[in-house]
Design a protein around this ligand. Structure first.
Ligand SMILES: Nc1ncnc2c1ncn2[C@@H]1O[C@H](COP(=O)(O)OP(=O)(O)OP(=O)(O)O)[C@@H](O)[C@H]1O
Ligand SMILES: [Mg+2]
Length: 232
């Protein structure tokens, strides 16, 4: 379970302070498909960075499975990022000089996985996103949708519990975007969750939890209710 308690994030830009998050309270059960929406500058990416342990709150707590992420040492934070989360970004962020396979292997090799193990896992992850035949291609030789699938394979390869996706379909056409979305949706379950930032209201419809942020605060929180069968 993920719990945010009175989370504030303030950035200091010289003399000015930017209050990116202003008292966010949120509880997310495991195995959730969480969609975060809100205007530009409302704090969506900031929220995602805190959940992914890329940053720490200025005030308040981000607690994952009972552990306060803000209290972890830098080594523990790095381990959390490596073991528990996979990131997917709008601009794919692949290494241009590496093949698809090498890009996906990278997180494993950075964790000192044996080369053979890294290769097998990376190949398997690429296969799971339908890119078996593109493993030797460099990003420039892949379409946008294929590049995003490589990025998803890279996020999956560590078998994380969270996929954090910041506008993953923002640069893709509708059909390709729907395919990518289907892949992310399929990831949810068996102790795995997705948090996805989007501007697309259609995507909000498939969320288990819809978080709408405005001006650094949660404006509305919608949780899909579990259907209950009442027997008399
Ligand atoms: N590293 C930073 N330093 C200073 N200010 C920042 C930093 N990152 C974000 N901000 C500011 O914090 C606020 C929230 O930014 P954030 O990136 O979370 O918004 P967002 O909802 O993701 O917007 P977008 O939809 O444009 O991606 C903005 O006013 C932004 O300018
Ligand atoms: Mg953003």
């Amino acid at each position: 379970m993920l719990v945010l308690e009175e989370v504030h994030k303030t950035y200091h830009m010289g003399e000015t302070e930017v209050h990116a998050l202003r008292g966010v309270d949120l509880t997310i059960e495991d195995e959730s498909f969480v969609v975060v929406m809100g205007p530009s500058g409302s704090g969506k990416s900031t929220l995602m960075h805190l959940v992914g342990c890329l940053d720490t709150p200025t005030k308040g707590h981000v607690i994952y499975d009972g552990a306060d992420l803000g209290a972890l040492s830098s080594r523990q934070r790095a381990n959390y990022r490596a073991d528990q989360v996979g990131f997917v970004f709008q601009k794919f962020n692949l290494v241009g000089t590496l093949t698809a396979l090498e890009n996906v292997e990278l997180p494993l090799l950075l964790q000192d996985a044996p080369a053979g193990v890294a290769r097998d896992k990376a190949a398997h992850a690429l296969e799971s996103v339908g890119l078996k035949s593109r493993m030797k291609h460099r990003p420039s030789k892949l379409s946008g949708g294929e590049q995003q699938r490589v990025a998803i394979a890279r996020a999956l390869v560590n078998e994380p519990r969270w996929i954090l996706a910041d506008e993953p379909t923002g640069n893709l056409d509708t059909t390709t975007g729907e395919y990518i979305l289907g892949l992310l949706e399929g990831f949810v379950g068996e102790d795995r969750s997705v948090m996805l930032v989007t501007h697309n209201p259609e995507i909000a419809k498939i969320a288990d939890v819809l978080v709408e942020i405005c001006d650094g605060q949660i404006e509305s929180l919608t949780k899909k209710s579990v259907k209950q069968v009442v027997t008399s």
